[in-house]
Design a protein around this ligand. Structure first.
Ligand SMILES: [Zn+2]
Length: 149
């Protein structure tokens, strides 16, 4: 028989109690941005996994840089997301790291992912953003998503 020790935060297994306690003592990493913050997931890229058919106030449009082809689309579009929730999930052993749930009104469910989660360290980044107009976040805040963005 073998005894294993498990960190109660991330479910990682250890051979010794000391190691498990050490892992657990890391606690939960604080979120880098609070719920309600507006973010972009990339500074200069098209929105992801869908096309906007929603509220255009949640879309940023700007000229592309030097590398754009003349006969091609010379603007880029980016979606504004709001952080709707921060959770900690044991899945994939990231229990100590915040999972950020993001939603946008730029897309509806019909045309793409209107929401999803990210781990900025390993998935989509979050770039803090200040919208120039007030964006309606009612009934978005508090939502969590099962799929990643
Ligand atoms: Zn742990």
């Amino acid at each position: 028989m073998k005894t294993i020790y498990v960190c109660e935060i991330c479910d990682r297994e250890y051979d010794t109690e000391e190691e498990a306690m050490q892992c657990e003592s890391q606690g939960l990493e604080s979120p880098i941005l609070p719920v309600g913050s507006f973010v972009l997931t990339h500074p200069i890229q098209y929105g992801r996994f869908g096309w906007f058919n929603g509220n255009k106030d949640w879309i940023i449009q700007a000229p592309r840089g030097l590398h754009s082809k003349k006969d091609w689309d010379s603007t880029y579009y980016n979606f504004i997301y709001v952080i709707t929730a921060v959770t900690y999930n044991k899945e994939r052993r990231k229990g100590h790291i915040p999972r950020y749930h993001l939603a946008t009104r730029a897309m509806t469910k019909e045309t793409g992912n209107h929401g999803g989660y990210t781990y900025p360290e390993t998935h989509l980044k979050m770039i803090e953003f200040s919208p120039s107009i007030e964006l309606d976040v009612s009934n978005l805040i508090g939502n969590t998503f099962k799929g990643s963005l």
